[in-house]
Design a protein around this ligand. Structure first.
Ligand code: XIL
Length: 351
């Protein structure tokens, strides 16, 4: 199977290399040159994280979100600190705007994220609540948020970044107060609130085979054996050129395939130490391409989402000092080689 697909990939690559691009596309009449058109029929959705301030203020940005992607993820506006700024006081406005935008543009929504150690409201602390109260608050949060978006969110990142690099559970407010079963509970609650939405684990540095992805593999197996509704394994895909690109991504994705869960690349970007140059920009394209190839070759990989598509609004420069240029479009919304690689990969690699 694996070699069959790779052989097919090579055969298609060779065939297409010798023919006009239009004839390679399965529906040439509908190819407007966008990523979205290239992804059509591939079985893999192409998504981006959306910055709601940019969507409101920047018309070319907004047009590009609609043109290039068939899936959107709120970069921040579904996080707990945004949706419940005061206890019991909800603010769904920005998230609802994105969901409405997606509906108007025929896009799916990936919800992000329900239980995490970061971007929680300031009032949500262990000093303010007992463990039993924290458990009740998490349950209510998940029921209220998943319930609010019921039928409108295609997939949820339920539990975000629960493991350390060495495969031990991350020390968080949730682990301390609720114990390790908080993960299973979160999935059960989310499933009860919307039985049709797909429920994902999600993390970074878990794209290749390593201690962290091993821990996810073991957890997924255990949860599924116990009947916990976990349907997906998310790999953020925050790569950096100064580290090696992960080499065994396909092997990792395929072992989750065999567990019967869906997989997704959920937050792909490939940052570099600035200044950028031609070689770095080419290496970056390889990073974007290698994750997409694995997704297209694997059987159950359902989506590939970039964490922002333009350097104009990328989170990278603000968080990683001296680094940037991490997305497929530059600050002027001009495509970089990574963009062409993504398009070509969608057109060449078919299941
Ligand atoms: C980041 C956003 O991009 C920033 O705007 C915000 O300030 C911090 O969070 N992993 C995740 C995302 O799961 O939610 C993070 O998003 C990036 C890392």
């Amino acid at each position: 199977m694996r070699f069959g697909r790779i052989a097919a990939f090579l055969a298609v690559s060779l065939a297409v290399a010798g023919s006009a691009p239009a004839s390679a596309h399965p529906s040439p009449g509908h190819d407007d040159g966008s990523l979205r058109a290239a992804a059509r029929g591939s079985g893999v959705h192409i998504g981006t994280a959306v910055d709601m301030a940019a969507l409101a203020a920047d018309a070319p940005y907004k047009a590009a979100v609609a043109r290039e992607f068939d899936t959107v993820t709120p970069e921040n506006v579904m996080k707990w600190e945004v949706v419940e700024p005061q206890p019991g006081v909800y603010d769904w406005a920005a998230a609802d705007q994105l969901v409405d935008f997606a509906r108007r543009n025929g896009q799916l929504v990936r919800g992000h994220t329900l239980v995490w150690h970061s971007q929680n409201p300031a009032w949500l602390t262990e000093a303010n609540y007992t463990p039993a109260q924290l458990r009740a608050l998490l349950k209510k949060h998940i029921f209220d948020e998943v319930g609010h978006f019921k039928g409108r969110v295609w997939a949820w990142d339920v539990a975000n970044e629960v493991f350390n690099e060495d495969g031990t559970l991350r020390d968080t407010i949730w682990l301390r107060a609720l114990g390790p079963d908080y993960i299973a509970d979160a999935f059960r609650w989310a499933h009860q609130a919307d039985p049709k939405t797909l429920l994902f684990l999600n993390d970074y540095n878990n794209e290749g085979v390593n201690a962290k992805s091993d821990a996810y593999y073991a957890l997924t197996k255990k949860l599924r054996a116990a009947g916990v509704p976990v349907q997906g394994y998310g790999m953020q895909g925050h790569l950096a050129l100064q580290y090696n690109l992960p080499g065994d991504v396909l092997e990792n994705v395929r072992r989750f395939d065999r567990l019967g869960v869906k997989t997704a690349f959920t937050e792909v970007d490939v940052r570099m130490q600035l200044p950028s140059d031609t070689a770095k920009v080419q290496a970056q394209a390889e990073g974007f391409g290698l994750l997409l190839r694995a997704c297209l070759i694997a059987k159950n990989c359902v989506s590939y989402t970039v964490w922002g598509f333009t350097d104009k609004y990328s989170w990278v420069p603000g968080v990683f000092e001296g680094e940037g240029s991490a997305t497929p479009f530059d600050e002027n919304l001009q495509p970089k080689p990574a963009y062409d690689t993504l398009r070509e990969t969608f057109l060449l690699v078919r299941r």
